[in-house]
Design a protein around this ligand. Structure first.
Ligand code: FMN
Length: 348
């Protein structure tokens, strides 16, 4: 098993041939596949907008200060995490990866790799029961260190899966509300739907676990999540896989965090590729970030060790970015580390 990230990526390039080129920076410009596959939906604009939105912010280099040591740890959902970088749910190997890894293998690589790194992974759901089963099994194996993301199915079905999540020892449960129009669920005869605030409130009340809503892209939905009793939201456009021509998540994050950040935990994902990207998301108001495709590549190239190494490499990179922007711990990271690039018309 290759021990360097370069070796892991080389291995992944072979295993993912025809599905993903394993580009030097995963930016959605050359994806050989969309959906199903690794790319974005439709024109791919939503995926690329995630990358562009992050690139629109520049960081202020500051090296005359006393923040000589960096502490990346945080408490999230009752866990002490080594760093604010979590593994996003990446599932559906039969359709997205032509079955080149078993669903159980992929889920185990994500969950155990993240747990070994001192972090947490999310696991996925889809039309085939094997997706949810693989995730729950991996979470159980990791002693509950993982969070299942349930599709916005019919409410009673969600509650049945929430019970399974409780049994697995998961510290929280999530619903990817942006999958409300997911074609492969609907084609398989599985209902997915937008949810009302009342439905969210009933689902949140049905479990003692904190409920996380993934796929919030507007202040209106963030406020609805708060009103429905969600414990956290993930600002996400599903890696550009839900709806074509949505903005990048980093572009909408500041307004959402400003509106609800004092009432609810705000996490974010989409296009995070480096420690500087993590720093930017945190400066824009996220408490932690999720990373998807780079970890899928690491899982294909290096299994559990690959996922762990990729997460740790991002964290090392974040520590350097914090040191060079005058941040000692995560609470130091605020808008002052950003210099807005006026060319993109971005306002904080
Ligand atoms: C192949 C693939 C499968 C995914 N499966 C799921 C899933 O089952 N549930 C979910 O909530 N998100 C899923 N996502 C979205 C990710 O959780 C995450 O939001 C996204 O990948 C983050 O963007 P990034 O890949 O640019 O880091 C998937 C993404 C990819 C690329």
């Amino acid at each position: 098993m290759p021990q360097s990230l370069a070796g892991i990526r080389e291995q992944a390039r072979v295993k993912l041939r025809g599905i993903c080129h394993v580009c030097p920076v995963c930016d959605g410009r050359r994806c050989p596949t969309g959906l199903p596959g690794m790319g974005g939906i439709g024109s791919g604009a939503s995926f690329r907008n995630n990358i562009k939105a992050l690139a629109a912010y520049q960081v202020n280099l500051r090296v005359l200060h006393d923040r000589k040591d960096q502490n990346l740890s945080l408490n999230l959902l009752g866990y002490k995490l080594t760093f604010p970088i979590l593994a996003a749910a990446v599932a559906g190997t039969r359709v997205n990866f032509q079955g080149r890894l078993d669903e159980e293998e992929l889920a185990r690589y994500f969950v155990l790799g993240a747990a070994e790194a001192g972090s947490l992974a999310f696991t996925g759901d889809g039309p085939l029961p094997e997706l949810m089963e693989a995730g729950l099994a991996a979470i159980k194996t990791a002693g509950g260190r993982g969070i299942p993301v349930i599709k916005p199915r019919e409410d009673q079905e969600i509650i049945n899966l929430i019970r399974r999540a409780e049994d697995s020892g998961a510290p929280a449960v999530a619903i990817d509300i942006d999958a409300a129009g997911l074609v492969n669920m609907m084609r398989a005869g599985k209902l997915v739907e937008p949810k009302t605030v009342e439905q969210i409130a009933r689902l949140a009340a049905a479990t003692p676990l904190p409920l996380i809503l993934k796929g919030v892209m507007t202040v209106a939905d963030a406020e609805a999540a708060v009103a429905g009793g969600a414990a956290a939201i993930i600002v996400s456009n599903h890696g550009g896989r839900a709806l074509d021509h949505t903005p990048g998540t980093a572009a909408v994050l500041p307004q959402i965090a400003a509106a609800v950040g004092d009432k609810i935990s705000v996490l974010a994902d989409g296009g995070v590729r480096s420690g500087v990207d993590v720093l930017k998301m945190l400066a824009l108001g996220a408490r932690a970030v999720l990373v998807g495709r780079p970890l899928a590549i690491a899982a294909f190239g290096g299994g559990i060790a690959g996922v762990r190494l990729q997460l740790e490499s991002l964290a090392d990179d974040l520590a350097v970015a914090m040191r060079l922007t005058g941040c000692g711990d995560l609470a130091d990271i605020g808008p002052q580390v950003l210099r807005v690039n006026e060319a993109w018309g971005v306002r904080l």
